[in-house]
Design a protein around this ligand. Structure first.
Ligand code: UD1
Ligand code: MG
Length: 457
C-alpha cells in the first residue's frame, strides 16, 4: 500500500446556508459535518491529513483539534485553489492523496476505501467518486466519451442543456497521485461562470495529458449528498439518523418507532434496551442493557446503568445507576449522581446533587446542591432551599433519613443518619442523627368558632 494523504476542504462560508455558523460546523445528528468527514477519513490509515480552513478558521480548528494539520485559504477562490494551499505540506511526497469536501458528511470510509483500491489497481493518476441521481441539479456532471471513459467534469452552472441531462454526478470526493495533483493544479484556470478555480478541472487536464483517469460509482446515492443549504441539511440528518438507528437495532436495541427516535452520533446503548417514540438521545450518552427509555424523553451526555427506566423526562450531564426509575415528568439537571435502585417520581427536579442508593423522591420535590445518603425518603413536596438570592448552599442528608411531606431544608444544613423530619417543617438548624425535628407552629383548634360568626344571618 502506498502512502496515503488526505485533504479536507472546509474553508467556504456556505452562503446558501444563510447562517452565522460556518457551513462545515453545522451538525448532522449532533456532530459537525466536518467532524463526520474527519472521523471517516481517520479509518483509512492516512499518513497525513490537512484540513483547508478559511472562513471561521479558528472555530473549525478548535473543533478538529490536533487530529489533523491545517492550511489557511485566506481568500476562497475555488476548490482547486483550496487544495493548492496544502502544497507546502504535501508537495513532492510520493503516494495517493485523497480529497474530500467538508460538506459531504454521509460518505463512508468503506466507500472511500473502494475508491482508493480501484484507483491504485488501475494505476490511475486521478479517480473520482460518482453517483447517479434522479435529480442531479446543482452538482457537477460527469462527462464520458464514446468509449465510456471519463473525459471531464462540468459544473451545473457551466453545463450546456445537453450536459445538464447527465445524471451521473461528481460527489466531490477524489483520489490523486500526489505529485500529479500539484502539477495539474498549476494549470487550472478560473475561466468559467463563477470565476473560480475548480478542482474537478484537474480531471480534464490529466486526461488530456494522456494519464489514466477513472470513476468509481457508488450504488448508495444517499451517501453522496453535498449539504449546501438547510434543506439538504435536513435530508442529511434524516439519512444519518436512519443509519444510526439501524446500527443500534442491529446491535440488539429495540426502537418501537425508528422514524420517531432521534439518536445522535456517538451514543452507546446496551442489548435489550427499549426506546419508545419521541425520545432524543444526544451525543456522549451511554445507556446500559435492559433499560426502558421514553416515550418523549430527552437525554444528553448521561451515563446510565442497566435495567433503568426513564419515562417522559429530561436528563442532562449526569450519571444514573442501574435499576433506577425516573419519571414521568422528572428533570435531572447537570452534575447529578443518581445511585442504583433510586426512584425519582413525577415533578421532581434534581440539580447538582448526589442521590444515594435506594433513596426515593417520589413526587413534587426540588433537590439542589444536596448530598443525599442511602435509603432516604423525601416526602411529597419537600425541597432543599439552596439559594439565598446571591449564593448557593449545600444540604447534607445522611442515610435512612425520613423527610416528611412539604418540608423545607434551608441550606446550609445537615440532617444526621436515621433522623425524622416532621411533615411541614422548615428546617434551619442541623438535625442530629436519630432525632425527630418538628419545625412548624402548633395547631390551635378554636371550639365552636364557626357558630359565633354572623355569616348570612
Ligand atoms: C462541489 C463540486 C461539484 C460537486 C459538489 C459535490 C467544485 C467546483 N464543484 O460543488 O462538482 O458536484 O461539490 O458536493 O468543486 N471550499 C473551500 N474553498 C473554496 C471553495 C470551497 O474550502 O474556495 C470548500 C467548501 O467549504 C466545501 C467544499 O469546498 O466544503 C465544496 O464547496 P462548495 O461550494 O460546497 O461546492 P459545490 O458547489 O457543492
Ligand atoms: Mg457543496
Amino acid at each position: 500500500m502506498s502512502n496515503r494523504f488526505a485533504i479536507v476542504l472546509a474553508a467556504g462560508q456556505g452562503t446558501r446556508m444563510k447562517s452565522k455558523l460556518y457551513k462545515v460546523l453545522h451538525s448532522v445528528c449532533g456532530k459537525p459535518m466536518v467532524q463526520h468527514v474527519l472521523d471517516q477519513v481517520s479509518a483509512l490509515q492516512v499518513k497525513e491529513t490537512v484540513t483547508i480552513v478559511g472562513h471561521g478558521a479558528e472555530k473549525v480548528q478548535a473543533q478538529l483539534g490536533d487530529k489533523c494539520g491545517f492550511a489557511l485559504q485566506a481568500e476562497q477562490l475555488g476548490t482547486a485553489h483550496a487544495v493548492m494551499q496544502a502544497e507546502s505540506l504535501l508537495q513532492g511526497k510520493q503516494g495517493t492523496t485523497f480529497v474530500i469536501c467538508g460538506d459531504t458528511p454521509l460518505i463512508k470510509a468503506e466507500t472511500m476505501e473502494a475508491l482508493i483500491k480501484q484507483h491504485e489497481a488501475q494505476g490511475a493518476k486521478a479517480s473520482v467518486l460518482t453517483a447517479y441521481l434522479e435529480d442531479p441539479t446543482g452538482y457537477g456532471r460527469i462527462i464520458r466519451n464514446k468509449e465510456g471513459f471519463v473525459e471531464k467534469i462540468v459544473e451545473h452552472k457551466d453545463a450546456t442543456e445537453a450536459e445538464k441531462l447527465v445524471t451521473e454526478i461528481n460527489t466531490g470526493t477524489y483520489c490523486f497521485d500526489n505529485q500529479a495533483l500539484f502539477e495539474a493544479l498549476k494549470k487550472v484556470s478560473n475561466d468559467n461562470v463563477q470565476g473560480e478555480y475548480y478542482l474537478p478541472d484537474v480531471i480534464e487536464i490529466l486526461k488530456s495529458e494522456g494519464e489514466i483517469v477513472t470513476a468509481y460509482q457508488t450504488a448508495d446515492f444517499e451517501e453522496t449528498l453535498g449539504v449546501n443549504d438547510r434543506i439538504a441539511l435536513s435530508e442529511a440528518e434524516k439519512i444519518m439518523r436512519k443509519r444510526i438507528n439501524f446500527e443500534h437495532m442491529k446491535n440488539g436495541v429495540t426502537l418501537i418507532d425508528p422514524e420517531q427516535t432521534y439518536i445522535e452520533a456517538d451514543v452507546t446503548i446496551g442489548q435489550d434496551t427499549i426506546i419508545y417514540p419521541g425520545t432524543i438521545i444526544k451525543s456522549g450518552t451511554t445507556i446500559g442493557s435492559d433499560c426502558e427509555i421514553g416515550p418523549n424523553t430527552e437525554i444528553a451526555q448521561c451515563e446510565i446503568g442497566d435495567s433503568t427506566a426513564i419515562r417522559q423526562s429530561v436528563a442532562h450531564n449526569s450519571s444514573i445507576g442501574s435499576h433506577v426509575k425516573i419519571g414521568p415528568f422528572a428533570h435531572i439537571r447537570p452534575q447529578s449522581q443518581i445511585a442504583d435502585e433510586v426512584k425519582i417520581g413525577n415533578f421532581v427536579e434534581i440539580k447538582k446533587s448526589v442521590f444515594g442508593h435506594g433513596s426515593k423522591a417520589s413526587h413534587l420535590s426540588y433537590i439542589g446542591d444536596a448530598e443525599v445518603g442511602s435509603d432516604v425518603n423525601i416526602g411529597c413536596g419537600s425541597i432543599t432551599v439552596n439559594y439565598d438570592g446571591k449564593n448557593k448552599f449545600l444540604t447534607k442528608i445522611g442515610d435512612d433519613v425520613f423527610v416528611g411531606c412539604n418540608s423545607n431544608l434551608v441550606a446550609p444544613v445537615s440532617v444526621g443518619d436515621g433522623a425524622y423530619i416532621a411533615a411541614g417543617s422548615t428546617i434551619t438548624e442541623d438535625v442530629p442523627g436519630e432525632a425527630l425535628a418538628i419545625a412548624r407552629a402548633r395547631q390551635v383548634n378554636k371550639e365552636d368558632y364557626v357558630s359565633k360568626l354572623n355569616f348570612n344571618k
